[in-house]
Design a protein around this ligand. Structure first.
Ligand code: HEM
Length: 424
């Protein structure tokens, strides 16, 4: 591979993920970033199947985990491994069930309605910040049992500073992330995380009524195998993972609802007729077209048999990266993949996990999947029932990797207007 091609691929990966995803027909299959493992990208269903069969159980798997350690803490479910990881998943998932989410559904509705009304009074607004803030307010209720706007606002400020540094963690030489160096991205992130931990600890202590999430995680802090930081590490992990990914999913929902007037009208009519499946198909199409997490790096088990031609070419120590975005835009799986068409999910129920996997797969499957789905469904339902129009300033489809997720590649501005608008 020529030096020129290598430099170009790195530039695409860091600054133009849009080109990296689609590239010359999405053809970039490997990437070498100094200081990290070699990354190899896969998007064919049989390749993804083989990777999930042979994947080691660690998250990200390589140098990425060193950085995440200073952000999430050593007891984060993201960083635990083996039996301990399974136990932690069981504990956390018991508090993020469908029942837990439906208990707070009235609050979810109130937050969405009030935040939409608030920005509609202000004219043109940044829809991405709106989406992240809605997601964070809901996380505050679910994880901390705090529903005051002021608390969410102060946490939002801290999280926005922190997660901005998570963009492209695998893109820059890892020495920039070292926390021990006094002036490095890593040391800045560590200082910010410490401030966030202090804020969260204060919120936990001053709350009269802890959330079920806090009670449950607190009760296992002194179990054998788990340490005192289990609660706070996983609170930070779920809050960071939850608000940014769900925020991205909500921003893309607003984008498509505003851009595809015909699909939005179809959805309104279906909802008015009580057909709630239409909401599910719209949500699935948003997550197919723009999965908030575009890539799932996996380290393969050492000594595993690589039966497919492609995996057998994987060099020692390389990280296999199922590329969700490309898998979701594969023409053999999705007819006319660049068209936004929720009806494709009505025509074919049940794409396999290797074809449609916005929440990942296997034993690292997203723990907040129910939460994310419900929040998206409520936003879409309220847009329809309360007769909202999303008038975008820019209809272009461009994306960037920002925070932990994939976001519109420019400030997504728009107006939220209620009721019939002439010309729409
Ligand atoms: C639409 C919203 C969301 C999307 C698209 C999403 C997507 C993902 C993806 C792709 C993964 C990695 C899975 C893998 O490696 O196979 C993941 C992991 C995870 N997510 Fe989400 N997520 C969302 C919402 C949430 C929420 C709301 C929470 C928490 C309340 C959450 C908590 C987690 C956790 C804790 C993990 C790590 C699981 C583990 O390593 O065992 N996510 N998510």
């Amino acid at each position: 591979m020529s030096v020129f091609a290598r430099v170009l691929d790195n530039i695409y990966w860091r600054y133009y993920p849009y080109r990296f995803m689609y590239g010359k027909s999405g053809s970039i299959t490997h990437l070498d970033v100094d200081g990290w493992e070699k990354l190899r990208f896969f998007s064919e269903p049989d390749e993804l199947k083989e990777i999930s069969r042979n994947a080691d159980k660690v998250f990200l798997g390589g140098a990425g985990n060193e950085f995440l350690q200073s952000l999430f803490g050593p007891e984060s479910v993201f960083l635990l491994d083996g039996e301990k990881h399974l136990q932690a998943r069981k504990i956390i998932s018991s508090e993020l069930t469908n029942t837990a989410v439906s208990d707070i559904q009235p609050f979810i509705d109130t937050v969405i309605q009030s935040e939409l009304c608030r920005v509609s009074d202000c004219g043109r607004t940044d829809l991405c910040s709106l989406a992240r803030f809605i997601a964070l307010r809901i996380m505050c209720k679910l994880l901390l049992n705090r529903q005051d706007r002021a608390v969410a606002k102060s946490l939002f400020k801290q999280l926005e500073q922190l997660t901005g540094f998570m963009a492209n963690i695998v893109s820059f030489n890892k020495r920039y992330w070292r926390a021990r160096q006094r002036i490095s991205v890593g040391s800045f992130v560590e200082r910010q995380t410490n401030k966030l931990r202090t804020t969260l600890n204060t919120l936990i202590l001053e709350s009269d009524h802890s959330s079920q999430f806090i009670k449950k995680l607190n009760s296992v802090c002194d179990h054998p195998g788990f340490g005192p930081s289990f609660l706070i590490d996983n609170l930070i992990s779920c809050m960071t993972a939850g608000y940014d990914t769900t925020g991205s999913a909500l921003a893309w929902s607003l984008f498509w609802f505003g851009r595809e007037a015909g699909e939005a009208q179809y959805l309104r009519t279906a909802v008015a007729a009580g057909d709630m499946k239409a909401i599910k198909y719209f949500r699935q199409e948003v997550l197919r077209y723009c999965p908030p997490i575009d890539v799932l790096p996996r380290k393969l088990r050492s000594g595993c048999e690589h039966s497919s031609d492609v995996l057998s070419q994987l060099e020692e120590g390389a990280v296999a990266c199922p590329y969700i975005h490309r898998a979701h835009h594969r023409a053999q799986t999705y007819q006319n993949p660049e068209r936004f068409s929720p009806q494709r999910f009505a025509r074919k129920e049940g794409y396999s996990n290797n074809e449609f996997c916005p929440f990942g797969a296997g034993n690292r499957l997203c723990l907040g999947m129910n939460v994310g789905r419900v929040i998206m469904d409520r936003l879409l339902t309220i847009l329809c029932t309360d007769d909202w129009n999303v008038c975008l300033s820019n209809h272009r489809f461009r994306l960037v990797r920002r925070n932990v997720s994939i976001w519109p590649g420019y400030p997504l501005k728009g107006k939220l207007i209620r009721g019939k608008i002439s010309g729409l």
